[in-house]
Design a protein around this ligand. Structure first.
Ligand code: IVH
Length: 701
């Protein structure tokens, strides 16, 4: 940009104006979450200021918003002696109410208060899980940010802290309100203390991008164990350009060195927090003034419940005596104030060791690797199992037997292995591999392309899948056993009355007697329904076997194509592929299913129990007037039920879909057809009634 665009004095004014605008809008955006202008407009102002400062370096100032990005890397951090030491606070780990009660009693004793004296006012705050920071402002400008260090001497990390948008670089004095006394002036020296932390969503995004870099082979990159770790890494990052890309946040909770006050001096800790908030510092919305121990306990409990919903980690709450005069009277013991205490929650992460990795089989046949852990108290309970989810996750985390791992349990979420501590790995620890057979029934376990999970293919026989298999078989649209529902199957399997499907047909009144809610009448009805189910169709039977990817329509297509069960069971993948609608994944799944000796056995036993259907010749030549057509049925048809209409369409080679799209050939509409009919009309899809459907089925057009 040519120099003369920015004549000296005008530039200085413009730069100041731009900085003031950017400060204002950054505060609206990052702290208040209430932007007044679109991002693009902000970017324009920002770019203008950058250009101006580049053209006139003498105009640059340490509080400029442009300083938030990219200063030069450092060799090491400078040491800073804190003007006022950064103390730690006493911690109550007692999870029960007594943590708060002990504190209140100590405070009352120190202040010589008797039981009849009124309760003490406290500020109850969240204990953020990040790292403590001292922000020093001189004449309202951020001049230095330092870590706590050993409490006396910390590290100067100003450049990195400037990149945190929530931290004001310059404090704007509050304007006086008409009729009110002048507000507190910004002190010549003001040190604000608080916590630098990383939000959980920012942490996840950061780790995702770290994983991408690692996958691309970028050297020296790693993922972070938790948000606190990531925040600490970012603060102590020597290259501010990298720090600027690490999304940090800040909450103010106290003060360090403060010079003489001009104006109404806050009398309580809470008033100070509100003053800081008015100057633009983020203060947690949960911060509250409460009275006495009982209300501290209530706060601890409530935040314990809300903890998992917060967008950031907390590891407890902090109680502080509210009145500054009382704080002063209470003073300090060694390096801890008597007027504050941290009341912790049980840690949500702990270290433990992996004793074994087992593979569990779910009710739908899904194999899940589970780490068996040395018992560890985490998130308020003792944990001995943690899921590794699936093969890829187990590989990604590379968890091995004998490893020391970080286990996390937050709220009601299932405990999870977060990561391995690599330094503690035992020599010779073996990489985990998923078994190729089901650990429950020994059938083949397969992982299909594009799927994350291994599955047991012995669905009819596998003990883990019994309940699902029986429920599926008994379904209304499968073999249909009226009255055999969830609860009953649960009981029959748990009482070991039924192990595999054929056991259904061996049930008698005696075995059913004594089951919950099973009166003689319902037992007899069930036996009747079972008897009735023996007469079925090939399509229903094949659907009822619960072969993965073989839904009702595919079962019908198979039945129609092959005519006989043995032909289906013995068909090669190539032969299966000849069936319309059967692709390679389905063909392979059918083949694998019937390759399992146990599945075949169950099928034979069902036939031996008298389950039968009319077998036919391969019916490839049967007319298929709706072959390749997709129909949607909506509303109430005059004579056919929805299911009947569907059966007819499918028997004629058509497909029935659940929603209308451009690919729909016909919408069959009855009375009270709603949005699907409207959609059809919008898309220009042909709408027909039941009569017209019948014509189509009979080969008309
Ligand atoms: S007050 C003299 N308030 O917890 C009082 N500390 O030892 C000084 N922390 O690492 C601390 N949230 O960074 C205070 N609302 C809060 C806090 C808090 C988190 C951290 C602090 C320090 C430790 C206290």
């Amino acid at each position: 940009m040519p120099e003369d665009l920015f004549p000296e004095t005008a530039s200085a004014e413009r730069a100041q104006w731009l900085r003031q605008q950017l400060h204002h809008h950054a505060h609206r955006y990052y702290t208040l979450d209430e932007p007044e202008i679109p991002d693009a407009e902000y970017d324009l102002l920002f770019a203008e200021l950058q250009a101006l400062e580049r053209a006139h370096p003498e105009l640059s100032s340490p509080d400029s918003p442009t300083r938030r990005v990219g200063a030069a890397p450092l060799a090491e951090f400078a040491s800073v002696r804190h003007a006022v030491p950064m103390l730690s606070i006493r911690t109550e780990t007692d999870t029960l109410a007594s943590g708060a009660e002990n504190f209140d009693q100590r405070v009352r004793r120190e202040l010589d208060l008797g039981p009849s004296d009124p309760p003490i006012a406290y500020v109850a705050e969240l204990k953020f899980d990040g790292l403590a920071m001292n922000l020093r402002y001189e004449h309202g400008v951020l001049v230095q940010a330092a870590t706590r260090g050993d409490g006396e001497v910390g590290e100067e990390v100003t450049q990195n802290i400037r990149t945190i948008r929530q931290i004001p670089l310059r404090l704007v004095p509050l304007s006086p309100q008409p009729g009110a006394p002048a507000p507190l002036a910004i002190p010549a020296v003001l040190e604000v203390r608080g916590e630098v932390y990383m939000r959980r969503d920012d942490f996840e995004a950061l780790n995702d991008s770290q994983r991408e870099k690692i996958a691309k082979g970028v050297k020296g990159e790693k993922t972070f164990v938790n948000p606190r770790n990531a925040a600490a890494g970012a603060v102590r990052q020597l290259d501010p350009a990298i720090a600027a890309r690490r999304p940090l946040s800040f909450f103010a909770y106290g003060l360090g060195d403060v010079s003489d006050l001009v104006g109404p001096a806050p009398q309580t800790h809470y008033e100070w927090l509100m003053q800081l908030k008015a100057w633009g510092f983020p203060v947690a919305a949960q911060t509250r003034v409460v009275q006495g121990a009982a209300e501290l306990v209530a706060f601890h409990q409530q935040m314990g419940q809300e903890r998992d919903q917060l967008p950031y980690d907390i590891d407890g709450v902090v109680y502080k005596v509210n009145r500054l005069a009382l704080q002063k009277r209470l003073g300090f013991v060694t390096r801890e104030p008597r007027w504050a205490v941290a009341h912790k929650y049980p840690a949500q992460e702990q270290l433990t060791t992996v004793q074994a990795i087992e593979v569990q089989v779910g009710r739908t046949g899904k194999l899940t690797p589970v780490a068996k852990l040395a018992p560890v108290f985490v998130g308020g309970v003792t944990v001995t199992n943690a899921t590794l989810h699936n093969e890829d996750e187990a590989r990604r985390k590379d968890v091995r037997v004998g490893d020391t791992v970080i286990v996390r349990r937050a709220g009601d979420v299932i405990p999870e292995v977060v990561s391995v501590v690599p330094d503690k790995r035992l020599a010779g620890a073996l990489i985990f591999t998923m078994p190729r057979t089901c650990p429950v029934c020994g059938s083949d376990a397969v992982r299909e392309e594009g799927e994350a999970d291994y599955r047991c293919t012995g669905g009819l026989f596998c003990a883990a899948q019994r309940k699902e298999a029986i429920l599926h078989y008994a379904h209304r649209r499968a073999v249909e056993v009226d009255g055999l529902g969830d609860k009953l199957v649960e009981q029959l399997v748990d009482a070991q009355i039924i192990r595999t499907l054929p056991d259904l047909y061996r049930l008698g009144l005696t075995s059913l007697a004594g089951l919950e809610r099973m009166a003689d009448k319902s037992a007899a009805n069930l036996l009747l329904a079972l008897e009735k189910s023996k007469q079925t169709t090939l399509a229903r039977f094949v659907f009822g076997l619960g072969i993965r990817h073989v839904g009702e329509a595919t079962a019908k297509a198979l039945a129609r194509h092959f005519g006989q069960l043995d032909r289906i069971m013995n068909a090669t993948e190539a032969q299966l592929l000849e069936v319309a609608d059967v692709g390679p994944v389905v063909a392979q799944s059918i083949r694998t299913f019937f390759d399992q000796p146990h599945n075949r056995e169950v099928v034979e036993q069902l036939r031996a129990c008298g389950v039968t259907w009319a077998e036919g010749e391969p019916a490839e030549k049967a007319p298929q007037p709706l072959s390749g057509k997709t129909l949607v049925i909506t509303g109430t048809l005059p004579t056919l039920s929805r299911d009947e209409a569907k059966d007819k369409v499918e028997a004629a080679g058509g497909k029935v879909a659940g929603s209308v799209s451009k690919k729909t050939d016909y919408v069959v509409a009855g009375t009270e057809a709603g949005s699907k009919l409207t959609k059809a009309q919008e898309l220009g899809v042909k709408v027909i009634d039941e009569n017209e459907l019948m014509e189509l089925l009979n080969g008309g057009t």
